[in-house]
Design a protein around this ligand. Structure first.
Ligand code: 5AD
Ligand code: SF4
Length: 466
């Protein structure tokens, strides 16, 4: 991966000036609402967006209809994500009739798709601002232009992307937080639109990542999730990802996790890190996508199912407790029943803790979109249901095997189902709910696992640590 130019400090200062200019306007939005769709990378971007909007003098509004500025941070990895984003945005047209000053902004992966911005400009003139993935850092300038020019601003850049440092941020929580380490993807899996909308792979400098992690640790971070479309391809300042991990481990943050990893780049050094590093949690998201070598080849995944299974064997040899999760696509163009059954048998063999399963969704501009696909949708639906059934039975067995164990849980929130319980994750990444007060949020609790549900565990607290 090449190292990419960094957006200059001068440019970032210029954007800071725009933030102040917006702040000084008399007629400007006061309350913002961000809808973040898709993956954690988008969630992290939304934290930067929130930071910029707050520097512009706005405060967060949880009720969308009450906000003066609504921003959609979109996803386009599958067609339904895109339809959801478009459906939501179209609905805003109605809201704008009752609130003419409402500012509607749309950015993220969907707007970066070829032709999408032009289509939005022509068909949805009520949208005030459309920007892409490569010019997010210019949001302050665009908001200023919309507010002072009285015209919609539609600007999406056709570049490979840069690294941006020093954007303001408003993080969700201080105890568990995301850190981007690289951006973009060069793998060009044939079904995937990400390389087209997120640009070429580019890494942050290790010093910048380490400084951010140390700063977050000092502000109370107990868990960090390192993010990248393909973290194993990290190459900042010549350092490989495993090297970066060893350095981050020494900072003493209690829990480190990362995602997403590509099996073809999972090095032995990285595998060994799971056996050696004190703070690296025994959890890995390692998307396999399919269990048939023929399908994997047409997906351009560059590994075989045998290689994948061997990686799993090595990981479990160094870290027997590791919890593996995966992404799986069903109904890739030309997938036969036999090939689908190879996916089922890989799933039975590997025994993932959990798997995110998707029916293949053709994405315009990708190579797979022009591959012949004669499997009817109903057949794909039946296949995914079979896969879900197999995986759910395995997930339940994995969770049931946790009953009776004592686990250290980082408490994240009050349970959604029961206001007298709180929930958090074990080192392996299992969600545990247990009776407890909200004052536990952000702290570790020792919990005995008492029962297993379909996706989560239940437990009871033993004692609380500071
Ligand atoms: N159709 C279905 N699933 C897809 N994914 C990516 N592109 C597609 C597509 N076109 C899935 C992959 C990836 C996850 C983030 O989304 O499994 O790992
Ligand atoms: Fe898409 Fe493949 Fe890159 Fe993942 S590794 S983002 S699936 S192209």
């Amino acid at each position: 991966m090449k190292e990419r130019p960094i957006v200059s400090e001068q440019e970032m200062l210029r954007q800071r000036e725009y933030m102040q200019l917006v702040r000084s306007l008399e007629k400007r939005p006061r309350r913002y609402h961000i809808v973040s769709m898709g993956c954690q990378m988008n969630e992290r971007d939304s934290e930067s967006i929130a930071g910029m909007l707050e520097e512009m003098g706005m405060s967060r509004e949880d009720v969308r209809e009450q906000a003066d500025l609504i921003l959609y941070n979109t996803c386009c990895v599958r067609e339904n994500a895109e339809n959801k984003a478009l459906g939501n945005v179209i609905w805003l047209k109605e809201l704008k009739k009752t609130k003419p000053d409402l500012l509607i902004c749309v950015g993220g992966c969907m707007t970066q798709e070829k032709g999408m911005a032009a289509m939005m400009k022509a068909r949805y003139p009520f949208i005030d601002l459309v920007y892409g993935t490569h010019n997010l850092y210019r949001l302050p300038e665009y908001v200023y232009r919309v507010l002072t020019g009285g015209q919609p601003v539609v600007e999406v850049l056709d570049t490979d992307g840069e690294v941006v440092e020093g954007m303001p941020e408003r993080r969700g929580t201080s105890f568990s937080t995301f850190v981007n380490i690289m951006y973009g993807c060069d793998n060009f899996c044939t079904y995937c639109i990400v390389p087209y909308v997120r640009g070429r792979e580019r890494s942050r400098e290790p010093e910048a990542v380490l400084m951010e992690c140390a700063r977050l640790r000092d502000a109370g971070a107990k868990e960090i999730m390192l993010l990248g479309q393909n973290v194993n391809s990290y190459r900042g300042g010549g350092a490989a990802f495993a090297e970066l991990l060893y350095r981050i481990d020494r900072l003493g943050i209690e829990r480190i996790r990362f995602m997403t990893s590509h099996p073809k780049d999972l090095s032995d050094e990285l595998i060994h890190a799971f056996g050696e590093l004190e703070h690296l949690m025994p959890q890995l998201h390692l998307p396999v996508q399919a269990g048939s070598d023929e399908v994997l080849k047409r997906m351009n995944r560059s590994y075989t199912s045998e290689h994948y299974v061997e990686l799993v064997r090595k990981l479990r040899a160094v870290c027997p407790e590791i919890g593996l999760t995966s992404d799986i696509i069903v109904g890739f163009p030309g997938e036969t029943l036999e090939q689908f059954e190879e996916t089922l048998s890989l799933v039975r063999q590997v025994r993932f803790d959990a798997a995110y399963t998707f029916i293949y969704s053709p994405r315009k501009g990708t190579r797979a979109a022009s591959m012949p696909d004669d499997t009817p949708y109903e057949v794909k639906s039946e296949r995914i249901q079979r896969l879900i059934d197999v995986q759910q039975a395995i997930s339940l067995e994995v969770l049931e095997a946790q009953v009776g164990r004592r686990e250290r849980v980082l408490v994240e929130a009050v349970s959604t189902r029961d206001s007298l319980s709180v929930g958090g994750k074990t080192p392996r990444g299992h969600m545990v709910n247990f009776p407890g007060e909200s004052s536990l949020i952000g702290r570790f609790a020792d919990v005995e696992i008492t029962s297993a549900g379909r996706n989560t565990l239940r437990g009871r607290q033993i004692k609380t640590e500071e």
